[in-house]
Design a protein around this ligand. Structure first.
Ligand code: SF4
Ligand code: F3S
Ligand code: FES
Length: 241
């Protein structure tokens, strides 16, 4: 137990869509706080000690895999990076991310969404060559490599999608993670796609022109990726195209 000796309260969304007759509801749990406790640790203890039926996801516990994203006290973020000390009241309301298919309780299927988004934007390098493995590697300026790497830090957690009201209103909206990914390929000189090619995907209301600059993506990305700058850049490029 830590110095505070607090008892934490967790109000957790419960619903299993696979279970006939199950109804969405909030269930209350309590747990003694310990030093350095994260929401991931708290949820794991709740599942081990109080309720083995509780569903939530995690893999890395280190903010890298993106699987533990959920809505914590109204904001989408990573459970493994959220310390329980961040709540003064010691009370947590936990919901699954909206905009994704619910698996059960706090677990959602972000994989299906990310796969469909990647196929839609063709999220891979479109190179001219036929992939000769004996050809020499191409040089890239360190500044450019760093800029591409910066956008590549996305862990596909889905927080930006959950935080985007446009996406909640329009299922066809490409979403901020799609913009981030396309921005990464637009920057990459090995990708031979032209602005006209990007316009096919981005230059409409389901693309970057549908973004209402609500900036939930910017405010809630746990990797602090530059959504605002990226969207403005793509919008400018698509206007030129
Ligand atoms: Fe998560 Fe940020 Fe990637 Fe969106 S852009 S999926 S919030 S890491
Ligand atoms: Fe949505 Fe981000 Fe635009 S939250 S509306 S994609 S600025
Ligand atoms: Fe991997 Fe939280 S468990 S990001």
């Amino acid at each position: 137990m830590n110095d505070s000796g607090r008892t934490l309260t967790f109000n957790i969304f419960r619903y299993d869509p696979q279970l006939p007759g199950d109804q969405p509801r909030m269930q209350r749990y309590q747990l003694e706080e310990t030093d350095g406790m994260t929401l991931f640790i708290a949820l794991t203890r709740l599942r081990e000690e109080q309720d083995p039926s509780l569903k939530f996801d995690f893999v890395c516990r280190a903010g890298i895999c993106g699987s533990c994203a959920m809505v914590i006290n109204g904001l989408p973020t990573l459970a493994c990076r959220t310390l329980t000390t961040t709540s003064q009241s010691g009370e947590f309301n936990l919901h699954p991310l909206p905009a994704f298919a619910l698996i059960g309780d706090l677990s959602v299927d972000t994989g299906k969404f990310m796969r469909e988004m990647t196929e839609r934007i063709e999220g891979w390098i479109h190179a001219d060559e036929d992939g000769d493995i004996h050809s020499l590697e191409q040089r890239m300026e360190p500044e450019l490599a760093t800029a591409i790497y910066e956008l590549d830090r996305c862990i596909e957690c889905g927080c930006c999608v959950a935080a985007c009201a446009t996406r909640q209103m329009r299922a066809g909206f490409l979403s901020p993670v799609g913009f981030m990914k396309l921005g990464r390929f637009h920057l990459d000189p090995r990708d031979t796609r032209t602005d006209a090619d990007y316009y096919e995907v981005l230059g409409n209301e389901d693309g970057v022109f549908g973004c209402m600059s609500l900036l939930g993506c910017q405010d809630n990305c746990p990797k602090n990726l530059p959504h605002q700058v990226q969207i403005a850049y793509l919008r400018r490029k698509m206007l030129q195209a």
